[in-house]
Ligand binder design. Sequence first.
Ligand code: 5RP
Length: 218
Amino acid sequence: MTQDELKKATAEAVIAFIPDNCIVGVGSGSTVNCFIDALAKIKGRIDGAVSASEASSARLKQHGIRVFDLNAVDRIPVYVDGADEINHQLQMIKGGGAALTREKIIAAVSDEFICIADESKYVQVLGKFPLPVEVIPMARSHVARELVKLGGRPAWREGVVTDNGNWILDVHGMAIAEPVKLETAINQIVGVVTNGLFAQRRADRLLLGTPAGVKEFR
Ligand code: 5RP
């Protein structure tokens, strides 16, 4: 099976976990695009969605799924999103698509976070994928110097502006032994909006696409 077929299989499998008459939290990325397409087939049994990116919102609307402002919603029973890496504790690196901040906000609000990913994302130790950090533009150089002190090699993702109007630094060379500690330390740097470690609020469930079928981890 190709990676795209594995993504599609997990995106279709997660539909069984979507309760009736709820507002669904929807992340961002190519795996989530498959999820949005699958969600469209059952749109009659959900009230709508809150979305982590302008791109996901546009795709949801194209399918005729109502998109709510997060401030108008008091409960999200389930949030579905992909990951760039996920470890066996279901802690993740996210933000390859630069949507990490809105993803982290919706994840914080949601009762359950279900990660959908193909097996290439499942790792023992996080950090081979460069860790995205969203920064206020005027603080880019300051934050980069502080990230070097933490042992990383930051690279500016030039030309990319997040949906929040900020910039992204991708931090290379971090073998992340203590994800919660590093997530906290990076968020302490003045000028950081947030970083792509989802360790304090990890996924509650992982649906992993493999050639042998979709495997579930909790
Ligand atoms: C976007 C993300 C995505 O979930 C992550 O990049 C995975 O994307 P894909 O499903 O395309 O591999 O965090 O900010």
